[in-house]
Write a protein that binds this ligand. Structure first.
Ligand code: AMP
Length: 190
């Protein structure tokens, strides 16, 4: 099963991605987690950390190469759950090409639809709980702006495939999980 999760920060993508990964035995591939795991003792690790702290996007070339390598690893052969990628149209086009080359396609694109105010509140709450250095009111606002400018066109891009599944992401974790299970059952019989 090849899944893509789209939505603003705070929409619950990461939480749901982990649950789907556990339910279906496919890896959760999160570019944010991969960037956070980079060793800050290296030049690359430091560069990426400073971009993340500003709430900006890491350059496409690096991000696309990292995803290309990750999706070709053995554990992703049976499927993957992409979370946080693609963030803009250039990345979406690179992903489409990558999948076309290996003869795979996205089974569903789960769109975590959430009003800005709730996204902002949740991201701030998480910043307090988890102490994430890249979550300040300023960077949260910047990420939301980048989301609207650059990632929303990706939502429209995938809507055209007919496989976009809109979710009510403001509902609680259990309800969103139920919406996803229902959508994935339909994918399975398609
Ligand atoms: P996330 O955990 O998905 O919220 O990502 C945290 C940060 O990592 C983002 O604010 C970006 O700086 C960076 N990042 C994650 N995914 C991408 C991506 N696909 N393209 C560029 N930058 C990314």
């Amino acid at each position: 099963m090849n899944l893509l999760l789209l939505g603003p920060q705070g929409s619950g993508k990461g939480t749901q991605a982990k649950r789907i990964a556990a339910d279906h035995g496919v890896p959760h591939v999160s570019t944010g987690d991969m960037f956070r795991a980079l060793d800050r003792a290296t030049e690359l690790g430091r560069e990426v950390a400073s971009i993340m702290e500003l709430g900006h996007l890491v350059p496409d070339e690096l991000t696309i190469r990292m995803i290309e390598e990750r999706l070709s690893e053995d554990d992703a052969l049976e499927g993957f759950i992409l979370d946080g990628f693609p963030r803009n149209l250039a990345q979406a086009e690179a992903l489409d090409t990558m999948l076309a080359v290996i003869g795979r396609r996205l089974d569903a694109i789960l769109f975590f639809d959430l009003p800005d105010e709730i996204a902002r509140e949740r991201a701030l709450g998480r910043a307090h709980e988890e102490g994430r250095a890249d979550d300040t009111p300023e960077t949260i606002g910047r990420r939301l702006a980048i989301y609207h400018e650059q990632t929303e066109p990706v939502v429209h891009h995938y809507r055209a495939t007919g496989r976009l599944v809109p979710l009510h992401a403001e509902r609680d974790v259990g309800e969103v999980h139920a919406q996803i299970q229902q959508a994935l059952e339909q994918v399975a019989v398609r």
